[in-house]
Design a protein. Structure first.
Length: 218
């Protein structure tokens, strides 16, 4: 059997599935998603054809530092100072400081991109990330909304919107985003990290914030 009913009413899955779900959750962690999207903007969409390869590398490093390294360092500091119980953020209380800290970093990234006249696709995405972290903080007061689902919602909507505003064929990218989102959200449920409502709420937040960012930037 691959799944059984637990005492708390949740389904308990086979250990192999749980390990696979953890691997998926790590690979597509919300701290890594902006870096993947940054790479897509730079090397697939080629939004910066005029700059050198080294400048492209530096830009990707900038994405990594601001979206991944600084929030991760803040998380480790919060754990080291005893402000949170676990770096896995298993409780709503543990998520407050990371939400606030990443919100500050994400606002700064959007502000810099906007004022340096970056392509609207990048500004639209960076604004959506900031809005999603802010709305996630608010909703966190009521439920432990899935951060993975929030990022999945942002990415799905981003690719759909790019399909509308771009002359390129985004069918493959939209399909891939939907597939990954489904796998990631399922992984969160397999590991019993969230209830379904928390995953659905995360998807809704991500979708809503990317749509709002699109109308604000365009």
């Amino acid at each position: 059997m691959i799944a059984t009913e637990s005492g708390e009413g949740r389904i308990s899955f086979h250990p192999v599935l749980r390990i696979a779900a953890k691997v998926v959750s790590y690979i597509f962690h919300p701290l890594f998603i902006p870096v993947y999207i940054g790479w897509f903007f730079i090397y697939v969409l080629r939004l910066f054809p005029q700059i050198t390869e080294w400048d492209k590398t530096k830009l990707l490093i900038s994405f990594t530092v601001n979206y991944t390294v600084l929030p991760l360092v803040t998380l480790l500091l919060a754990k080291g100072l005893g402000f949170i119980q676990s770096v896995y953020l298993k409780t709503q209380k543990d998520r407050i400081i990371p939400y606030v800290a990443t919100g500050v970093f994400y606002f700064w990234v959007w502000y810099v991109f906007k004022n340096q006249s970056f392509p609207k696709e990048i500004i639209m995405f960076s604004l959506a990330v900031f809005l999603a972290s802010s709305l996630g903080l608010i909703v966190n007061n009521y439920i432990k909304v899935s951060m993975h689902a929030i990022s999945a919602g942002v990415v799905i909507t981003l690719f759909i919107l790019l399909g509308f505003i771009s002359n390129d064929n985004f069918g493959f990218y939209i399909s891939l985003a939907l597939l990954i989102a489904g796998v990631v959200c399922t992984a969160r449920l397999v590991n019993s990290d969230h209830y379904p409502i928390e995953v659905y709420a995360g998807l809704f937040i991500g979708i809503l914030c990317q749509i709002l960012a699109y109308f604000f930037v365009r």
